[in-house]
Design a protein. Structure first.
Length: 244
């Protein structure tokens, strides 16, 4: 329930995007709310709330959070807006005789925003695709219930990485299990640039250094070719949550 007016139904293994832009699932028409403010992920068992480096923050039951497990009855506050998780339709809705107007599913624009599990293709393929498409945004990785690296990408180039201690190891993997979750969203508020080299050179250096640290005897190889945009877009296109 959002501001006691709109009800959303979130399906298992899906995500609700929350923010000011009308491309979000939950649109909060408030200039203090960030364009892409937060994400609510539902595995079918657990809810995970992620703040997307918003300006004014995301709160759960009055406490500011960056990432937090939430449950039924918890109250999520974003500026003056309140979101309440409920297992069932609130009884006062039925008693009032007036159901809130349901929101329609979001429409995607050219600014990519997608999510999923990295179990069918390599992370390096995803990063190369963003480089080829000259996308700008924040790529978040989740390792099970633990936060993974965050890659800030501007016009296709990685300009900053936080929590990237195991990024090289993730890049050299050819396959991932379903516990490695990724989320990419459009971003305009970037941190100071700390990586000056191009993305292909940066990826090559990380992979090469990782091989050396592992004592690899494998001869250095070129990075896998950048996939065609059309093909990978089809594979990465998200299934929007059910909104009724």
């Amino acid at each position: 329930m959002v501001d006691e007016e709109v009800i959303y139904e979130i399906a298992p293994n899906s995500v609700l995007n929350i923010g000011r832009l009308d491309t979000n699932d939950i649109v909060l028409d408030d200039y203090k709310v960030s364009r892409e403010h937060a994400v609510l992920k539902f595995s079918g068992v657990d809810f995970l709330l992620l703040d997307l480096a918003s300006t004014h923050g995301t709160y759960v039951n009055g406490e500011r959070v960056e990432r937090c497990s939430v449950g039924f009855g918890d109250k999520i506050q974003i500026m003056g807006h309140e979101l309440v998780l409920s297992r069932e339709m609130p009884t006062d809705i039925y008693e009032s005789g007036k159901l809130p107007t349901p929101k329609m599913a979001r429409s995607l624009d050219r600014r990519l925003k997608f999510f999923g599990g990295l179990n069918e293709f390599a992370l390096i393929t995803l990063v190369q695709f963003l480089y080829q498409e000259k996308q700008s945004g924040l790529l978040l990785l989740e390792l099970g219930q633990n936060p993974g690296p965050r890659l800030y990408i501007q016009d296709g180039d990685i300009i900053h990485v936080s929590q990237g201690e195991n990024l090289a190891e993730l890049l050299v993997r050819q396959n991932h299990d379903q516990s490695l979750f990724f989320y990419f969203h459009h971003e305009t508020n970037f941190p100071k640039r700390t990586i000056e080299e191009s993305t292909p050179n940066y990826l090559m250096r990380l992979c090469h250094n990782h091989d050396e640290m592992q004592g690899s005897d494998v001869e250095e190889e070129e990075l896998p070719p950048i996939p065609r945009a059309q093909a990978i877009t089809t594979r990465l296109e998200p299934h929007p949550p059910i909104v009724r």
